[in-house]
Ligand binder design. Sequence first.
Ligand SMILES: *Cc1c(COP(=O)(O)O)cnc(C)c1O
Length: 382
Amino acid sequence: MKTGVHGNLVSPAGIPPDARAVLRIDLAALRANWAALNKLSGKSECAGVIKADAYGIGLEQIAHALTREGCRTFFVATLDEGRRARAVQPGATIYVLDGLLPGAEEHYAGFSLRPILGSLAEVREWSAFNRGKGRRLPAAIHIDTGINRLGMPPAEVEAVAASPELLKAFQVALVMSHLACADEQTNPMNAAQRALFDTLRARLPPAPASLANSGGTFLGPDYHYDLVRPGIALYGGRAFEDGPNPMRTVVRLAARILQVRDVPAGNVIGYGATFRTARDSRIATIACGYADGFLRALTGSEGKPGPAGYIGEHPVPVVGRVSMDLITLDVSDVPADLVQRGGWVEVMGDRVTVDDLTDRAGTIGYELLTRLGRRVHRIYEG
Ligand SMILES: *Cc1c(COP(=O)(O)O)cnc(C)c1O
């Protein structure tokens, strides 16, 4: 099956003939990645972060696959993502990273979603809501240990600690914080945030604790606490800078060849005429562009070749600008019988990883994944 998407003129089984670009999602690899992180995190629980439509890959399908592997706790960003996750996972524990939107308490309670309370105001509101209902619903407390984004700064933690009745009104199911530099294993900020986390959570009643995202999970047992919250590593992305990425590839993108043409030396290709052929070339135009999530920054211009896709074993570099719906590739060095209208080119996969592409484009795997367009046909395998 895997070989079918490149260098093959016939749409392999499972790909409808009208599909122009295909995103293959390897759920077996996803589950293996979760199992590896679960093992790495030892006796702490391994949750799954499925915010932003599970990093663009498909919230429902990913939640289902992770649940099958044993994952019981999920983190989403928004209330709406929480509702979607709840619809497919009635028994799961679901935390909402946005925290509590003012006046939205019923929406969390109605779907058994746990807000991650990141300010004194949010703690007060959840507390008052629970008192009003005569219930003690679970929520997480988010402490800011230096990222200065969401979460209670030290002074607010002290304020909450000084009003114990606030936390008595509901169940503090988790106390968490978020690392700013977990992808840099030697960055001293990691240890500083961990130390502050310990100091601040000691001011609150005892509760399960969580600090690590994917990168944090790789920082070792000191960072695992009771629960780890990996996202990017589940999806095969690089969680830390130093050393090879141990995760399995989950996402592969392939697109069909729409046209092949001979372009003599000295002609330009694409918008802006930024690329001129240095030799007589064969150019394939494929059905994938920045509207499908392929970054426009991955353009190939003279003096700066673009990334390579693959036709079979043959690398085919991007030449000229990436346009909305199309990419042009230099296929001059590929045997002609492999390059025909309707054939497939692997744009992203094991050989050209998400991180290879985003390193070139000056961004991160997270951004590329979450931009993969809805018009790309998706196939969930395994
Ligand atoms: C996104 C996010 C995560 C997951 O981060 P990765 O780097 O993708 O593992 C964990 N915790 C919080 C608070 C987040 O916002």
